[in-house]
Design a protein around this ligand. Structure first.
Ligand code: SAH
Length: 514
């Protein structure tokens, strides 16, 4: 086999990035845009010892799982990877991805995983689900200003006028921004030269509030005041129905991180609001109407609000609250999960690294009249250990007795974690183990790091009770998972409610008999 050789390949599996996998001539081939069940004519593009990469030359027999994608740019744009795969098969693929990671990295047995699995939760509509988009701004080959998404594994912008995963308003907003840039002579940012002004456009839409936020990420301390450029932009954008917040964010760093630390509101409010209403828990919120959140540009907020209701309902069910529990919500963002937890807990503590998000979380508690949720800004792996050490000192507790029988947040009943893709820091996991809550609910957006962390927790003292995959990101290979862990019960202890009086009576009876 040589580079550029052409051969027939049957795609028999799919890799974690959605690529098709087939075997030929003793080698494994990875093929972008080929689907499980396809028979293709492949061209070898890169060869290693036992494996290689190939390109689809022709689809000879299409897979029965192939469907017509809604977006004509789906192969070029890096946003979607599996739009041509039927939705049912997408769900199966995602569930298998989590299962494989839990098996390979987590070390759980197949039998255990299958007995603890809850069926994967799919979306009612896998299109137009995203409430947030971040569009890079640049030039095309002819020097026109374009907005869109990066091509996969590159920073070439594919001009996407109307992404089918986002809301239709995105296009109108981007058109106004491009027109404004052209008229005012405002330049897009160039990554190579580090020159130019506008880097990204962040747009958020509140699905329940219908409020819109636009935030321009710029490579300067302010917009050009001499052109009164701000006024022109705000005047045009504010005509769009629902426009609530226009701001710019300063990012002068030479980095891939999209947002800088400082945001300046130039029109309307510095945030939008949105409400999450858990259909399966209508009584979980003060008036049964959900919890309303204020969301700043820098704060994290789940991108698929419909699926989020299902995800949070499950996280709450797994937490098993009755009203008396002390609960930590680590990586809490704007307090989304914390404020639901607080409805059925005694006390909730939230921890989050982004100061703006903690500001939002505190305001959100007030906004919803919630008084039993407290928030701390900082890294979970620093705040939790510090709290633990201080609380132990205060209560004069030694390591030996720390995990037995004292109250409040030092020995919480439940810890919920919802970390970013890199998962939990080991120091955070160690402190969780020391705090020894009865249950841990792990919400994860990366099943590989989830599996790594569960291995640590389950080797020590926890047992996997339930896991469930959620499709928060249809047409991409990403998958969200919620896991319930409970403290292991030693095999030889059987839990029985002992009635001591009856026991005494029985032993008296026994004594009398002998
Ligand atoms: N539970 C929230 C947010 C989850 S996203 C929700 O459902 O909306 C993960 C969050 O973790 C983000 O808000 C991110 O800013 C935060 N984060 C990232 N690293 C962190 C760390 N080391 N310690 C605490 N929070 C962190």
């Amino acid at each position: 086999m040589k580079k550029n050789d052409i051969f027939e390949l049957e795609i028999t599996d799919m890799g974690t990035d959605g690529e098709g996998i087939g075997h030929y001539d003793g080698m494994t081939f990875f093929v972008k845009d080929a689907l499980i069940g396809d028979v293709i004519t492949a061209r070898a593009t890169k060869l290693k010892k036992n494996y290689g990469y190939a390109r689809v030359e022709e689809i000879k027999t299409p897979s029965t799982f192939r469907v017509e994608p809604q977006c004509e740019l789906h192969k070029r744009c890096g946003g979607c990877q599996i739009q041509a795969l039927s939705y049912e098969k997408q769900l199966e693929f995602k569930n298998n991805k989590v299962r494989n990671n839990l098996m390979r990295i987590g070390g759980f047995s197949e039998a255990k995983l299958d007995s603890k699995m809850q069926p994967p939760v799919g979306a009612d509509n896998p299109y137009r689900y995203r409430n947030k988009a971040q569009f890079p701004v640049g030039y095309d080959r002819d020097g026109n200003i374009v907005t869109g998404f990066y091509a996969s594994r590159s920073h070439n912008i594919i001009p996407v006028e109307d992404c089918r995963l986002g809301v239709p308003q995105n296009k109108e907003i981007l058109d106004i921004i491009k027109e404004w840039m052209n008229e005012c002579g405002i330049t897009p940012y160039d990554e190579n030269t580090h020159k130019g002004l506008v880097r990204h456009v962040l747009i958020r839409y509140g699905f329940t509030s219908k409020q819109i936020m636009v935030c321009l990420v710029i490579n300067a301390d302010e917009l050009e005041p001499e052109h009164r450029a701000e006024d022109t932009l705000c005047e045009r954008l504010s005509k769009i129905d629902g426009m609530t917040s226009i701001s710019y964010n300063i990012n002068k760093e030479n980095t891939n991180v999209i947002l800088g630390k400082k945001t300046v509101c130039i029109w309307g409010r510095p945030y939008i609001e949105d409400t999450i209403h858990l259909l399966s828990y209508p009584d979980f919120t003060p008036q049964g109407t959900g919890i309303t959140y204020q969301i700043s540009p820098q704060s994290f907020y789940q991108v698929n609000p419909k699926q989020t209701e299902k995800l949070y309902s499950t996280a709450l069910a797994f937490a098993g609250l009755t009203g008396n529990e002390n609960v930590w919500d680590l990586y809490c963002g704007i307090g989304t999960i914390s404020l639901f937890l607080s409805q059925k807990a005694k006390q909730v503590y939230g921890v989050e690294i982004v100061p703006q998000a903690i500001e939002d979380a505190k305001n959100n508690a007030k906004l919803n009249g919630i008084t039993n949720a407290q928030f701390f800004v900082g890294k979970a792996e620093e705040v939790l250990p510090q709290f633990y050490e201080n609380a132990k000192k205060k209560e004069n507790i030694t390591d030996d007795t720390a995990s037995t029988g004292h109250t409040d947040m030092l020995r919480p009943d439940v810890i919920v974690v919802d970390p970013p893709r890199k998962g939990c820091d080991e120091k955070c996991l160690d402190t969780m183990l020391a705090m020894s809550p009865e249950r841990i609910v792990y919400v994860s957006c990366d099943s590989a790091t989830l599996a790594r962390d569960l291995k640590i927790l389950c080797e020590e003292k926890y047992e996997l009770m339930k896991w469930q995959a959620f499709d928060q990101f249809s047409h991409t290979t990403h998958v969200e998972t919620v896991v319930l862990l409970s403290q292991q019960k030693p095999d030889d202890t059987i839990e029985i409610d002992l009635d001591l009086d009856e026991l005494d009576a029985t032993s008296a009876e026994l004594k009398a008999t002998y």
